[in-house]
Ligand binder design. Structure first.
Ligand SMILES: Nc1nc2c(ncn2[C@@H]2O[C@H](COP(=O)(O)OP(=O)(O)OP(=O)(O)O)[C@@H](O)[C@H]2O)c(=O)[nH]1
Ligand SMILES: [Mg+2]
Length: 367
């Protein structure tokens, strides 16, 4: 059966890395900087025990560590930060795969099938999610465990629903940190699922090595994705549910492949392939994994993987800086006192947004 075909190609062109020069690179790569981190030096005994538990792959400690990382209690924040710093030398070891697609495309079915396929080959697989809608609904795309029942029972797999509450940035950060904890626990494949809501795909692409878009044999879907700019993030497209109508799936695959050949891809050396898949029957799974491994080997070989991760780490630091500065700013007593009045003046049109910010900054700076 040849329902699966690939149009991907790897060239030898080396990858350009804007983050690979200057002082940022030097400091990020210095082991001394890691050792000197005060948080690592001051790891309290309970956290040391937790870190050791994570490292030895104890599921309960892994779950506990992720709960700590996800906690929004202010006094948990430094403990989470110290724990992550202690685990840092043991991270970066997994193949990080992002999976996106419209509701009902078959993401969960695919992830369960892929997870089982991988654990049967000796991999340890963690599944995480970024679902910004869980903030509103309180639910979560992975909350419905019935959809991954078999994988959830697999001792070589670990499934964690999306953190809920807070902004997309907050949810994404917690998932990124949970991913690092899973790596330290020895999971060598981490899959992050997201629905096509808002900027969640961008957030997941920003924490993974390989970003996969699941579509259905339906041109409207693909056009939607192209419109939303998802294509620029995508490393591979899977046309799912090929078992329902093989010809339609193959036609859609060919359309996606030709659309991609005309667009600028995420990386010059990799032309995103399009494959057909049946997550339900498992047909196309092995071919998918072949391409994924081919991507990984090529990206590791030409430096693109390291470059992507460096750029991601730097972007995460900037995002975290924005968040922390904002939080510190909002805690400032003078700002808290005046904020509502200044905001009201802006909404009433008596103060420009610019002068409102200048006023608040002056209050926070004490000037
Ligand atoms: N025939 C067929 N059905 C499939 C296939 N993959 C998934 N489905 C079905 O499609 C429906 C949706 O699948 P899910 O895996 O829940 O889709 P999802 O993308 O995770 O959906 P959300 O989490 O709601 O965004 C389920 O009824 C699946 O059984 C497939 O390859 N073939
Ligand atoms: Mg799902």
């Amino acid at each position: 059966m040849t329902a699966v075909r690939t149009s991907g190609e790897v060239s030898r062109q080396t990858h350009e890395d804007p983050a690979a020069s200057g002082p940022a690179r030097a400091s990020m790569q210095s082991p001394a900087a890691t050792r000197a981190h005060p948080a690592a030096a001051m790891l309290e005994p309970a956290l040391r025990t937790l870190a050791d538990g994570v490292r030895s792959g104890r599921r309960r400690d892994l779950a506990k560590a992720i709960t700590l990382v996800e906690s929004s209690r202010q006094d948990d924040e430094w403990r989470a930060s110290a724990l992550l710093q202690a685990l840092q030398p043991h991270t970066g070891t997994s193949f990080r795969i992002g999976i996106s697609g419209a509701p009902g495309a078959g993401k969960s079915t695919f992830i369960e099938a892929l997870g089982l396929f991988l654990t049967s080959r000796g991999h340890k697989v963690a599944v995480l999610a970024v679902d910004p809608s869980s903030t509103i609904s309180g639910g979560s795309i992975l909350g419905d465990k019935t959809r991954m029942e078999r994988l959830a029972r697999d001792p070589a797999a670990f499934i964690r629903p999306s953190p809920s509450g807070g902004t997309l940035g907050g949810v994404a950060r917690k998932t990124r940190e949970a991913l690092a904890v899973c790596e330290a626990a020895g999971y060598d494949v981490v899959i992050v699922e997201t629905v096509g809501v808002g900027q969640s795909e961008t957030a997941v692409a920003a924490m993974t090595d390989f970003f996969v878009l699941l579509t259905l044999p339906n041109a409207g879907d693909d056009l939607q994705a192209i419109k939303r700019g998802i294509v620029e993030l995508t490393d591979l497209v899977l046309v799912n549910k090929a078992d329902l109508d093989r010809n339609a799936a193959e036609l859609a695959r060919a359309q996606v492949a030709s659309a991609f050949s005309m667009l600028r891809s995420r990386d010059a050396w990799w032309k995103p392939p399009a494959l057909t898949l049946s997550a339900a029957t498992g047909e196309g799974l092995a071919a998918f994994w072949d391409v994924a491994e081919r991507f990984r080997a090529a990206a590791a070989g030409n430096g693109a993987l390291a470059a992507r991760r460096r750029a991601q780490a730097l972007a995460a630091m900037h995002a975290e800086l924005d968040r922390a500065l904002r939080a510190r700013f909002e805690r400032h007593p003078a700002v808290r006192r005046e904020f509502d009045a200044v905001a009201r003046a802006v909404t009433e049109g008596t103060m420009t947004p610019g002068s409102a910010v200048a006023r608040l900054l002056a209050l926070a700076g004490g000037g």
